[in-house]
Design a protein around this ligand. Structure first.
Ligand code: ADP
Ligand code: ADP
Length: 226
């Protein structure tokens, strides 16, 4: 179980660019929050502050009653999937998925158990020995998801994970990520500029504009269905 509170969070770059202003949101266990809005509205900045990759200028990020503002990224129980996959090209699929666990000094048997299980969930069992370049775009995206899943983190962050895929694959992976969420129930914050992704995947949608939250609600409450 996890409870996340984002209280009056603001981010200012270089003293005069306000990327996020007074962002307030409580995230419940099992939520799939989608941050949506046009390019430059502050989605990525918000996600990076949660991950600890960007400093919070003002406000508080609280996770299970612990103030997280100054906790380094490695000490956060948070896993992130990036837009460009960020796979290590010289490592096998297995080692890509195992890497973060090795860094955290997990036992070999535990690493093997987790990687094997994630590979099964994602249909990657037959590809564990391959290098990323020998995979399709969809398979690479699955490895990136696998790398996050094996962490078994309390919070899952995804920054436009499907934007490099073609339309057909995007459609397919959207369904897969939703299925994955239904199965693992991992609390997730997902960033996209794509309304369709937001509508089909979110438990709650947060619409942003110019660094400010415009609207928060269930998909049926924030968009008109035809
Ligand atoms: P989005 O993810 O919605 O496209 P971003 O969070 O990337 O938006 O950007 C929000 C605003 O902050 C934009 O005006 C952008 O130019 C600015 N910004 C983002 N990163 C930096 C940075 N490292 N330095 C200065 N300004 C930045
Ligand atoms: P080490 O990397 O410390 O030698 P192992 O002896 O467990 O660890 O594994 C040797 C290599 O074999 C690993 O680095 C990994 O690339 C690969 N490997 C281990 N288990 C599997 C598996 N179930 N499927 C595919 N490749 C595996």
């Amino acid at each position: 179980m996890v409870k996340i509170e984002l209280k009056n969070i603001s981010k200012t770059y270089d003293k005069d660019v306000t990327a996020v202003k007074d962002f307030n949101l409580e995230i419940e266990d099992g939520d799939f929050i989608v941050l949506v809005g046009p390019s430059g509205c502050g989605k990525s900045t918000m996600l990076r502050m949660i991950a600890g990759l960007e400093e919070i200028t003002d406000g508080e990020f609280v996770m299970d009653d612990r103030l997280m503002n100054d906790v380094p990224p490695k000490s956060r129980d948070i896993a992130m999937v990036f837009q460009n996959y960020a796979l290590y090209p010289h490592m096998t699929v297995y080692d890509n998925m195992a890497f973060a666990l090795k860094m955290r000094k997990f036992k070999k048997e535990e690493i093997k158990k987790r990687v094997t299980e994630a590979a099964k969930i994602l249909g990657l069992e037959d590809y564990l020995k391959r290098k990323p370049r020998a995979l399709s775009g969809g398979q690479r995206q699955r490895v990136a998801l696998g790398r996050a899943i094996v962490r078994d983190a309390k919070l899952f962050l995804m920054d436009e994970p499907l934007s490099n895929l073609d339309a057909k694959l995007r459609f397919q992976m959207r369904a897969e990520i939703s299925k994955l969420h239904n199965r693992l129930k991992t609390t997730t914050v997902y960033v996209t500029h794509d309304q369709t992704e937001a509508m089909t995947m979110a438990t709650r949608i947060v619409i942003m504009k110019d660094g400010v939250i415009q609207q928060v609600g269930a998909p049926k409450d924030v968009y008109d269905y035809p």
